[in-house]
Unconditional design. Structure first.
Length: 224
């Protein structure tokens, strides 16, 4: 245990207390395990830079602050204006509202650093209920998306939210093809499917979002 990791652990523990946040809530927001958060708090391990940066953004402090390099005596809660809270939809169809869903269609709420996500179009979140893209995206995961359409700058390899008629939305990797698109699920039981633009119009197929963040849900993870 180094002095730096021990100092970081104390500061992180204090931030959790000030913000009335549990370790399990922090691990969910950072897409990691409770065991990893416990190692941080107990000074056993320092996060890598990317994780350190995510923690700093979440609590609206600097990395120097987390490492104890800034001379601040008071830990302040994040400025609410810097946090964007969005509903996580239980289900999504083309006619559903992304930002004002009915109460019975809200699974939970998810917070994002506003500054980091301001570069995207409107942001929304959906809980995955099927193994659309097993094993990359699993049932129970949450996908954070930006609104997009076929007319936008789709890039081959984008993971998109696709709806067909009144059916529930699914996740698909998209690639361009002559006069249409190829939708790939990565599931070996569901081979890539070519859909022409004419068929998309005829069958009311829409691309309504592009996945920009995957929140993985961990199961059967033991905490120490």
């Amino acid at each position: 245990m180094s002095k730096k990791s021990e100092q970081f652990g104390k500061i992180l523990k204090n931030l959790l207390e000030v913000n009335n946040m549990k370790q399990c809530e922090l691990s969910q927001k950072l897409n990691t395990t409770d065991t990893t958060i416990s190692k941080y708090i107990n000074g056993i391990q320092l996060p890598r830079f990317e994780m350190m940066n995510d923690i700093a953004e979440l609590f609206n402090v600097s990395i120097d602050y987390l490492l104890g390099s800034e001379d601040n005596n008071v830990l302040l809660a994040p400025d609410e204006s810097e946090i964007m809270t969005i509903p996580v939809l239980k289900h999504l169809r083309y006619t559903d509202s992304l930002h004002t869903p009915t109460e019975d269609n809200i699974d939970q709420y998810y917070q994002l650093p506003r500054r980091k996500y301001s570069v995207y179009n409107e942001v929304f979140a959906v809980k995955v209920h099927k193994d659309h893209m097993y094993p990359r995206i699993m049932e129970g995961d949450i996908v954070i998306c930006e609104t997009i359409s076929i007319a936008d700058n789709l890039i081959d390899g984008d993971i998109c939210i696709v709806t067909t008629g009144d059916e529930e939305a699914v996740c698909r990797e998209v690639a361009h093809a002559k006069d249409g698109l190829i939708f790939n699920s990565f599931n070996t039981f569901m081979p890539p499917e070519f859909v022409s633009f004419e068929d998309m119009r005829r069958n009311n197929i829409h691309i309504i979002g592009r996945v920009i963040k995957l929140v993985v849900q961990f199961y059967n993870v033991e905490t120490k």
